[in-house]
Design a binder for this molecule. Structure first.
Ligand SMILES: *Cc1c(COP(=O)(O)O)cnc(C)c1O
Length: 433
């Protein structure tokens, strides 16, 4: 696979190089310029197979020649070893459950795949690396769990003390091993500033600092796999094109859908289901991109006012005129999101988290407007991660999966940063090595 920077000022490169670099040297994002095409018969033949099998088949074709086949197969299966089931609600509507990974949100897909390939590349070069992540909650836990036990890699995840939920804290700070959770006496912006300035700190050069942030192509690529994997079952129910409804924030998931469309499902249509942070729906309406400060909502992982994958979306789909035939934008208020949680429970007995509920509400609008063909809502988080909102609407709390129910009894192993000064953080990092 060859990739080009969205800024267009650096030479094309390989997947491995783009994965290790993260951001292109010219400041752009890497986007694929050649992707294999999969015939409908190939996709159909994968129907009913476990997600890991479909993913391994796709990864082998896409990454052929860059890694030994056996390595692609093994790393992909190891990363994506959890189910991605389709839950059928009625003859038109289904929900694709992306939340059965270890941190109960779809970000596990990207984080685990990136971690395995990053770790393998580092080992090949005989390198070790320290990955710094600043998080306001979900990304940090997915990255930390993704890299857990990956040889040669240490992860340092910074989170603001008292500003993440107790469950999120447990997901980051009880892992141990090669994962160090750092509790910062400040806000998320302090965590982010410490990470950014640490990269420029000469005293830390020997640690091989790296980031695994959401713009890494190694996180985006595997997210295209579940769109392909979900297609045969949906297509079997109708000959009309499938519509995927994607709860969207930074637009990574949506961009991955477009990659899947390029490779394997050219007829697919997409809905970018946004909360009050409606930069993309507005762009589709007006043709003008207007970034702005984010607005807080109950679907907070989608509170993004300047989505970082927008440049990639442009590179892949073209401008607003190019996007409109494929992508429709929808905005959903918090009140409608809450109503959707109640409606889905009443109509289908299904409990949705607030992010998925944004998608469900957008799907209802499509169906009411008479859209033909199967509609698949991507369920991006397990409802138990947002138990408070669910309780407020349904009067009960969804249960966590069995494996996570003991989270309160796992000992916290967070390291407390005494203050938010860079020197304190540098000392801490030095003491780890
Ligand atoms: C990150 C996230 C989203 C938004 O996905 P993007 O790829 O940033 O558009 C939606 N739902 C949940 C639960 C998330 O964690």
């Amino acid at each position: 696979m060859r990739l080009a920077s969205t800024s267009g000022r650096t030479p094309e490169t390989t997947f491995s190089d783009a994965l290790v670099r993260g951001l292109a040297p010219d400041g752009g994002l890497y986007a694929p310029v050649d992707l294999p095409r999969f015939a409908p018969a190939t996709i159909d033949a994968w129907r009913g197979l476990p997600f890991g099998d479909v993913a391994a088949g796709l990864a082998r074709a896409i990454l052929a020649g860059e890694f030994p086949d056996e390595v692609i197969e093994r790393l992909t299966r190891d990363a994506l070893d959890f189910p991605v089931p389709t839950r059928i609600l009625d003859d038109r509507l289904s929900v694709l459950e992306l939340f059965h990974g270890p941190t109960l949100a779809f970000k596990d897909v990207g984080a685990r795949f990136l971690a395995r390939f990053f770790g393998w590349l580092a080992a090949e070069r005989g390198d070790t690396a320290t990955i710094l992540v600043a998080t306001s909650g979900d990304t940090g836990s997915a990255v930390a769990r993704g890299f857990w036990n990956v040889p040669g890699i240490r992860v340092v995840v910074l989170y603001p003390a008292g500003k993440v939920s107790p469950f999120q804290e447990a997901q980051m700070a009880t892992i141990g091993g090669n994962i160090t959770a750092v509790r910062v006496p400040g806000v998320f912006d302090d965590c982010q500033r410490l990470v950014k300035t640490a990269f420029r700190e000469p005293a830390l050069a020997r640690l091989g600092l790296s980031s695994a942030n959401s713009i890494n192509i190694g996180r985006l690529l595997p997210q295209s796999f579940y769109y392909v994997a979900a297609t045969p079952a949906a297509a079997a129910r109708s000959t009309d094109p499938i519509t995927f409804v994607v709860p969207s924030g930074n637009l990574g998931n949506l961009t991955a859908g477009l990659l899947a469309s390029r490779m394997a499902i050219p007829q697919a249509r997409f809905v970018a289901a946004c909360n009050a942070n409606d930069v993309l729906p507005e762009y589709l309406d007006t043709g003008t991109y207007r970034s702005r400060p984010s607005v807080q909502t109950i679907s907070n992982a989608m509170d993004v006012g300047d989505p970082s994958n927008f440049a990639r979306l442009l590179a892949i789909a073209g401008d607003a005129a190019g996007m409109r035939p494929m992508i429709r934008g929808e905005r959903v208020t918090d009140a409608d999101t809450r109503a959707a949680i109640r409606d889905a429970w009443r109509a289908h007995g299904v409990v949705l988290d607030p992010h998925t509920a944004v998608g469900y509400r957008a799907a209802m609008r499509l169906l009411e407007a008479g859209r033909e063909g199967p509609v698949v809502v991507l369920a991006t988080a397990h409802p138990a991660k947002f138990a408070d909102t669910v309780r407020e609407e349904l009067g009960f709390e969804p249960e966590l999966p069995e494996a996570e129910r003991d989270w309160r009894s796992r000992p916290l192993q967070a390291v407390d940063l005494p203050d938010t000064r860079l020197t304190s953080f540098v000392d801490l990092l030095k003491s780890l090595s």
